[in-house]
Design a protein around this ligand. Sequence first.
Ligand SMILES: C[S@@+](CC[C@H](N)C(=O)[O-])C[C@H]1O[C@@H](n2cnc3c(N)ncnc32)[C@H](O)[C@@H]1O
Length: 258
Amino acid sequence: MKPSYSNLCTEFYDLTKPEAGPKEVIFYENLIRTAKGPVLEAMCGSGRLLIPLLKQGLIIDGIDNSSYMLKSCQKRCEEQGLQVQLYNQSLQTLSLPHQYDLIFIAIGSFQLIHNSVEALKILKNVVTALLPGGRLVIETFIPWDAIKDNITGSILSEQSKEITSERTASSPDGFEIINQSTVTTYFKKQLEISQIRYEKWAEGKMMYAEEEEYTVRWYHRYEMELFLEKAGYSSVNIIDTSFEQNEKAVVYVAFKPE
Ligand SMILES: C[S@@+](CC[C@H](N)C(=O)[O-])C[C@H]1O[C@@H](n2cnc3c(N)ncnc32)[C@H](O)[C@@H]1O
């Protein structure tokens, strides 16, 4: 498996998704303002959501297992005079100095955990990282459009055709990053597998290339509720909402027992 969230991926991410939109920021801000203790964004990446929240004066720590994404987050925070505590760790081996009242995972990042044994392990690790009565908030999505487009009559295909696309992002310092991606969706396995090649170009020359592969799994709501229950959460609220970068968001709010 090729690595994900490396160097060029991070540069491309920051050019194409620099900051979350206002709807998303307000939703998370309202949630965080109800926290009775420390707050952590898990899988925070380069700060797309974390940075606008910090700019609202909130205190939030971040954790991610990509050193590239975290380096960019730290740099962007420093440039804007924002203080943040970041941890370079995998959620599979979580070890934090204190517990949190609220841990949130935004924009479908949890779905990068496509193996159900690992997903359960992470949900259990997060219970341990929460204070009694603390909350885990997980935002997810289901690719309904891809599912709808692959129903013929009443039969859903086993897998989609390979969908290829190309996007170019231009940086203010004169570089261009090309992203060539091939995505295949496996409906019955609830998986979307992406193969991506990034190329960085300047003055008509390719400077650097990077290959990436990642798998996203979608979780249906009762499946997610059962996972959360099995991991030790006492109750789960579900919010259907819509954000600029996730139009059909399903947000789970799971409580650790008091
Ligand atoms: C889609 S990005 C989202 C980043 C950020 N939350 C945002 O809103 O833009 C997913 C992030 O999850 C991180 N990640 C993936 N697997 C992880 C794991 N097992 N433990 C910690 N972070 C992980 C990746 O490095 C990446 O930065």
